[in-house]
Design a protein around this ligand. Sequence first.
Ligand code: ZN
Length: 303
Amino acid sequence: MLHVVHHADYIAPRPAQGSFRFDKYWLVMEELRASGAAITEHAPAPMPRKWLEAVHCPTYVDEVLRAAVPRHKERRIGFPVTPAIARRVQHTNGGTWLAAQLACRHGYAANSAAGSHHALHDSGAGYCVFNDLAVAAHRLIAEGDASRVLIVDLDVHQGDGTASLTAGRADIFTLSLHAEKNFPVRKARSSLDIGLPDGMDDDGYMEVLTRHLPQVIEAFAPDLVLYQAGVDPHAEDKLGRLALTDAGLAARDRFVVAEARRRGVPIASALGGGYGSDPRPVAARHAASMLTMADENARWDQK
Ligand SMILES: [Zn+2]
């Protein structure tokens, strides 16, 4: 059973400018519903303003919620922040938090959007408006749902916003594996950064992941994992520089879920990056990722 968080507002009407493909979020749900797998959809409430302001600059939160983001910040984000986008990002942020709540009940749950790891304190960046990973981690700890949150970021781009928004916190650990030469040019400092060489294949990637992830979980001892499961390390991704196959992504996702579940730690995923001129294969990769993780989760339930 896949518990997946989705909301009608995730599918914002496409803005007139910008190259970001919002149709991917509709296609991901189509893929999941057509897969024949058992799925339960959960609709999130919008993330309350006070939790957005706990992580982001209140002035910037106000700019987004009024759809009055200055042009220079919109350029950094990559699309205009319309009223529909403002509603969308409140729901996608609520979605990652809800996925974490569901994970605590079911072992694993997925948010079918978000993973907005480039969003910074007073601006969005790189197609990210509010940083759902940092916002959810902060709220979960503040409300006593978790005491130590590990954010595993396996998107091909570095989780620079998450790293800077959670820097100095002893109760949040950020692990980022990313293509070293990819965006962002200037990297932030995660708790642990692993920069990967261009063209890395399945075997090389899994060697690095198996060397680091178990150690991090053992040493940090989280009681919740948030997983940014971007599929842009795939060889055919338009913005990735790595060379993972479908099987490589599946092995990655199974490993992350297994490493959490074998220690009794719930894990929630956020969608993350995935890019292509045709959004269909990208959506299929995201759907396969969530179904693979749900399948791995079910295996641990049976043990
Ligand atoms: Zn990415």
